[in-house]
Design a binder for this molecule. Structure first.
Ligand SMILES: [Zn+2]
Length: 302
């Protein structure tokens, strides 16, 4: 009698849990697919960057948690014939399934927390530095350097950039002068930790030790924290003094490589954020300069 009750329960359990496996797996996968669709439907690289940097890891983690639950449920449908023998088997299977599900979730969480940031970082770099297109004429725009961009940023933006980890990227269409300014939060991106090697070193604190004046450089203390190995890294950064005339900064004085007969080869090595390395040899500085002035990263990739 008791046994019949158990067998009845067992067959119902089998049916219901099977359905639950598919429901859970479906929710997990759909959740991630919806995220991917919303990522693809973002029109600009900047919007894609923001979405990915804010949500990608979380979506991936929640997706894997659903998979872990589905795995736990699925294990609870195995060995049906053995379960009929004794109720004890049912509890053993329940326990083993729980262990498998938890183990899967735990490993997925470790990978997403410690390994995945490096992958994401590469993806984010690509989104951030892929040349923007001028919507007016389809021209490829150029990203200005830190020195060049100041002319396009208002005082508030410059102050923000100088003080804390906010970065403004200024893209310009050199033929028309059309500019596009994008704001990035520097503290969100993680660096590679020099102790454990994971990309888990993040800026935790910034403090101005000495303000920069017009005549003297200032000093900024940056404190980084590794969420994997706990390393704390402090770095002093020079706050360059503010030149009144911006043309004064960023100019090369007499170039030491010009017209020097002792130099036979100039090597240029270009490293991409995706790990690509290309090396080029030139016989003189003019050749190298010409090459660099026409350099196009996309050609490097192809
Ligand atoms: Zn570390």
């Amino acid at each position: 009698m008791n046994n019949e009750l158990y067998l009845d329960f067992l067959s119902k359990w089998q049916q219901i849990v099977y359905i639950l496996v598919f429901i859970t797996l479906g929710i997990g996968v759909l959740n991630y697919i919806f995220f991917k669709i919303s990522f693809m439907s973002k029109k600009t690289y900047k919007e894609k960057f923001d979405l990915a940097s804010e949500k990608e890891s979380k979506k991936l983690l929640s997706g894997h948690i659903f998979v872990a639950v589905a795995l736990f449920l699925f294990c609870n449908t195995l060995e049906y014939e053995t379960m009929k023998l004794d109720e004890l088997w049912f509890f053993i299977r329940l326990f083993v399934s729980l262990c498998i599900g938890v183990l899967y979730g735990y490993i997925a969480q470790l990978i997403i927390k410690f390994y995945y940031p490096g992958v994401l970082e590469k993806k984010l770099k690509k989104l951030r530095y892929t040349p923007r297109i001028n919507p007016e004429n389809g021209n490829k725009m150029k990203l200005l350097s830190e020195e060049e961009e100041d002319a396009y940023l208002d005082e508030g933006m410059q102050a923000e950039e100088n003080v804390f980890s906010v970065d403004y990227d200024v893209w310009i269409d050199e033929s028309t002068g059309y500019t596009k300014i994008e704001k990035y939060k520097g503290h969100l991106s993680a660096l590679e930790c020099d102790r454990c090697g994971f990309q888990t070193l993040r800026l935790a604190k910034e403090e101005i030790i000495k303000e920069a004046t017009e005549t003297e450089d200032g000093e900024l203390l940056k404190e980084y924290n590794c969420s994997y190995c706990g390393r704390i890294k402090r770095k002093n950064v020079v706050l360059t003094r503010r030149f009144k005339d911006s043309s004064e900064s960023g100019q090369l004085i007499d170039n030491p490589l010009d017209h020097d007969g002792r130099i036979t080869v100039i090597k240029v090595e270009i490293h991409g954020s995706g790990g690509e390395v290309k090396e080029y040899d030139f016989q003189n500085l003019d050749q190298a300069k010409n090459f660099l002035s026409e350099f196009d990263f996309e050609k490097l990739q192809n």
